[in-house]
Design a protein around this ligand. Structure first.
Ligand SMILES: Nc1ccn([C@@H]2O[C@H](COP(=O)(O)OP(=O)(O)OP(=O)(O)O)[C@@H](O)[C@H]2O)c(=O)n1
Ligand SMILES: C[C@](O)(CO)[C@H](O)COP(=O)(O)O
Length: 247
């Protein structure tokens, strides 16, 4: 378990990529600004992040044409900094890492957390902080997993994969600042399509991130139905009788 003396728990920064356009959501504005129970999605996420134990500061990567972020209440928190993000998630994360590396030592632990994951719970953050220096939250697969191949105009099953070793990557993903910046830069030069999260860049460089099992409620708000699920969970947690819930 973590303790007040845990060096990671008391000395880490968070990077929040929030420069996406939310194509799969299909809304008339980027999904991070869609309302969820009276507040925007990103406001829920940042309010959650701000109460993680011992967080030193937060760098949010926002889109070049974003005019909304500065109007948020949480944007007034002096621990919250912004940078301009890039074309892909990895470019946005790298912009934040570049900003941070001019201000913090290379060994500073960094947790990268999607703006689109408002519901990560604090117990899972504690588990991640207590894990190996290179680690991520993830969810063990709970459905039967099929590998497909294309056949004429259809997808057909190639094989059923053994589910015991399948995990779905979530965020936060944790690594030391200097290392993460180096592997992300290198990965983006060598194989940008393969870099869909921080762990993939670390893996390409030969590291083996620890998988920390996390709650299903830490899903990424991606499609319209996810907004309804997120609202339901926010309401559930807000009700007094469920306030200690791990859901
Ligand atoms: N160029 C980008 C693309 C994505 N993100 C952020 O990365 C997180 C995870 O990405 P995803 O859920 O895929 O968001 P979008 O890219 O906005 O969604 P879509 O792929 O449907 O367009 C989100 O918080 C998103 O804002 C980012 O900072 N910069
Ligand atoms: C980082 C991530 O959230 C892990 O699941 C994910 O890879 C980013 O989202 P995308 O949908 O792949 O853009």
């Amino acid at each position: 378990m973590t303790s007040a003396n845990n060096p990671v728990e008391n000395n880490y920064w968070v990077i929040v990529p929030a420069a996406g356009s939310g194509k799969r959501m299909g809304a008339d504005k980027p999904k991070q600004y869609l309302p969820l129970n009276g507040k925007s999605l990103i406001a829920h996420t940042l309010e959650n992040v701000r109460q993680w134990p011992g967080v030193k500061g937060v760098v949010v990567a926002i889109a070049v044409d974003d005019t909304e972020f500065k109007t948020l209440h949480c944007a007034q928190d002096p621990r919250i900094h912004t940078v301009t993000g890039g074309a892909e998630r990895a470019d946005s994360v790298l912009a934040a890492l570049n900003y941070l590396s001019e201000r913090q030592p290379a060994q500073t632990p960094v947790l990268v957390h999607d703006a689109a994951r408002p519901l990560v719970n604090t117990d899972d953050i504690q588990k991640l902080l207590a894990a190996s220096p290179i680690a991520l939250l993830a969810q063990p697969a709970s459905d039967t997993v099929k590998q497909s191949r294309e056949c004429e105009d259809k997808s057909i099953v190639q094989q059923t994969l053994p589910r015991a070793q399948i995990w779905l990557a979530q965020t936060p993903q944790k690594a030391p600042l200097g290392l993460l910046r180096e592997v992300l830069q290198k990965g983006l030069q060598e194989n940008p399509a393969a870099i869909t999260d921080e762990a993939s860049a670390l893996e390409l460089a030969g590291h083996s991130p620890e998988l920390v099992a996390a709650c299903r409620s830490n899903f990424k708000v991606t499609h319209p139905a996810d907004l309804i699920l997120a609202e339901a969970l926010i309401n559930y947690r807000a009700s007094e009788s469920n306030s200690g819930s791990k859901l």
